[in-house]
Design a protein around this ligand. Sequence first.
Ligand SMILES: *[C@@H]1O[C@H](CO)[C@@H](O)[C@H](O)[C@H]1NC(C)=O
Length: 999
Amino acid sequence: MDRLWLLFPCALVAECVYLNNAIGTSFALERPLHTAGVLLFLCGITVIAQDRLLQLRSSRTRKLHKDRYTTIPLSHGDEAVLPQEILATGSDGAQRVPLGLRALAGLALLLLLAVCGRIAVFHYTMKSVECTGHSPAAFLLLALALFHGRRDIRDLIFQSKAAAFEAPQSMHYALFRASTRYILPAWLLSTASFLVTTRGPWVRTTFICPMATGEARLTPKLQLLGFFLDCVCLIVFYVLVEDPGRRLDGKSERNTSSRGVVVVGFVIVMSALVLAVAGTIIYTVMPEHREWMMATPSEYLGGLMRLSLAIPCTIICFFITFRFLGIMAAMFIAFFTFAYAGALRALSLNVSSSFPPKSTTELIVYLIWINISIVLYILTEFPEGRVRPRMSCRLQRYHAILVAAILATVCFMAYRYRPGFLTKNSSDHPIANLIRLADEQHSVWALQAQRSRTLKDAVQSYQERYSHNPPPGFDKWYEFAMKRHSVIIDEFDNINKDLAPFSSLSPNELRQRTARILADGNGVGGIRIRDGKGDIVGNVPGTHRWMMDGTLQMIEKFAEFLPDMDLAISLNDECRVAVSYDQLQSALDHRERYEAQKTSESTPSFSPSRAATWPILSAIPPQPSYFRGVGSSASYRTFGSVACPATSKARTENHWDKGVLCASCTTPHSMGIFVSNWSISADPCHQPDLADLHGLHVSPLALWGTHELIPIFSQSRAPGYVDIRYPSPWNYMDKAVYAVDDQHPDPKFHDKENTLFWRGMTTEGVSPGNGVWKGMMRQRLVHLVNNETNPQTILLRAGAKKWEYMYEDPGKIKNLLAANMDVRFVNHIAKCGGHDCTDQEREFGFGNSVDFEHHWRYKYLFDVDGAGFSGRFIPFLQSNSVVLKSALFREWHEGRLTAWKHFIPVDLRLHDLWSIMAYFAGYGLEGGGQRRMVGHEKDARKIAKEGREWAEKVLRKEDMEIYMFRLLLEWGRLTDERREYLGFKGVRPKDERGVVWEG
Ligand SMILES: *[C@@H]1O[C@H](CO)[C@@H](O)[C@H](O)[C@H]1NC(C)=O
């Protein structure tokens, strides 16, 4: 029983480790003020409650074991022992005078003001968290140690105790005996843990910290102010809890330290109440704030709940530790744990990769530094003979156990974050490897995509791939594709993947849902096919007429072979259907049952009377719309990531610190800094940080979305959505076309200007006045190239055969980069409201606007999403320039192009842009030694050439028609009453009539 209290310091260590890990990704930080209020309230209550409980308990035990306690007072395991009783010798023992009531009230008021001020500062720094620098919080311990030693420092300075401070004893005395003894270990610990944060593998994101709004200058100052207020809070707290004054009721003589503790508890509760009152006032006075104030998403509540348990527990452990070991010991344990956990995390982050860059040796030095500080602390705290002899033995033993406990925790952490073996150092630049891999990947892909030489082969290949028969009319499709010299015959996985969830719905349900979408007419146009003729139905606004016309033109090429059907086509740029993970999984399970059925006995033609099965639109009774408008608000949680499993990062982590790159979010799709797996590089499930990094997720213009599984055809979709993709009429109708004339020739790659070029507008999403533009990709691109001032990561030569990630100043990078960067917004700031318009105008300025054909002048063209997919991508590919592409949206041709073979992929975070440009264009001064990197223009030219050639083969208008034809045959079968029995089985060779149905 006596030693049971030792559990509390250990628990304190564990809690601190937990908090150190959990805070960085906690959903609770989504609403900092709400969280602060709740946590402060709980903390205050906890402080008071634990004090009362301990008092109660100790007075009871004292009555029971009175004798024992009088003989060995300090082994009172359960009793509140005054720290100064154990430790007070030397100058600590300076007579402690209980605070007068007036002083107590003054301190309480000061604490209240400081806490409230701190909350305000916290609120503002969290609002522009991307502008914050490294947190100086580690130095709080040093501040406290200095305050602790204030008397001796004063004596030291004024030499009033000259006798005690005679050199060299004075030095020894000051370091190990006097109240100044904590300063050295605290200084070591604070510095080391601060250096870990500055030198660790934390890369800045491209999230914009605007210069124009002054946030960039103000926020670091606020951060300092916050630190100052933290110091005030901590010191007042220290004074109050160390106050030897009596309890408020004045009954007990022994449990003296509790008065201050209770005051601290009350002040903290008060500050929570102040916050609540302020919130209520804002709620009543400013109705525009009501919505967000009251919104409580379940993730947020979960995060808050976790912190609401963890932080009060930490406080209890802290106070009990403090009662037994003293306040400085409790502080040291907490800070030491944070520092150690931080250092180990820094060491372990992405051990398998050289990105993000970190200096392992340096970090290990800091780790040793932290260890030295703790040894030093132990030496000063328990020097021989300092503790009363009677106690020393027992205390040393406790202490040994404590140290052992710390070591055990540390070992556990070391195991948890064990550094893997360093990867072997390849002498090739990662991009060279990626290009080689892409070549192989593409040849494998192309081989399986175009294997079939005859209809029979094609049918067989279809059966093998999708384990049922191709749809009726497949022979017509095959003929159509052959006539148009389609390179791709077998690989249409996108169609089957897109339609898969819908086969869980009955044909009738699919038709009903389509009709309901069309009757609703919310950003949807309809196409009706009857007797081999297409028609536009529904009310399509004039601005979007071209879209329907284009689709219809595409369909007319093969409409005669289509069964009667209706299609609901989305007129919006954004995708719309996001189905929850569970619903999607059950839909996909259901599909397997449907597809496995009846493959052997199949009819080769659609049901004859299909037209009658499609509902008549005018006869549909008004029903609530499927769609919900979520324009101008964050959609990642509500739509973008709902299709992710509940255990995925997307649903369990919240990367609220937008200033720091989430390196672990990039690992699954990256090789070092570069994208190595384009297919999953936009997947929301492993990238919770994307919530703040793309217009669609941050604040889409017109996202009319639904969580119902409804069949809607869209031009593109972000991963996580289940819209059915169809070839874009934008490209089919030549809205952006690759055209060359005398004025705008397309020179050979070598003759082009050595420039990365982009022009565009701020139309990726809407920024209505809440500053969300700072995360949008287009804005980040323009800002990164023109206005970034923070050091950027870049992979450079570090030796003859060695590459190393380094931090460089953006200005220097631009100077040394062999290519120019010409990336600007044109015209005006669009899709903005409130001060976001002027802020952006001042931040970015504008470039000259150019004709589309102007692009062919430049070697490097950047292609980036707008509100939907980028319509320029295909024309860019068709030119002699090389395309750098960064995109969330995926189109019908996903998979046909191979990243690093046909285009250069850029991570959605854009942090790899400099390294990519340095590799292709070259970097450094002529004769600049090791840092110089010769450009790999040959590689860029090869990618440009292969992109162009492949696009001419597989992204032609004919290919769009072929894709659409096959898609609609599948859609026809899916909506046919007898769909299980429909299928094209093949041809009898050498039949006189040519083709004969079998079945
Ligand atoms: C950002 O860069 C552009 C282009 O160099 C410049 O016109 C603009 O003034 C810069 N913005 C700020 C706030 O410095």
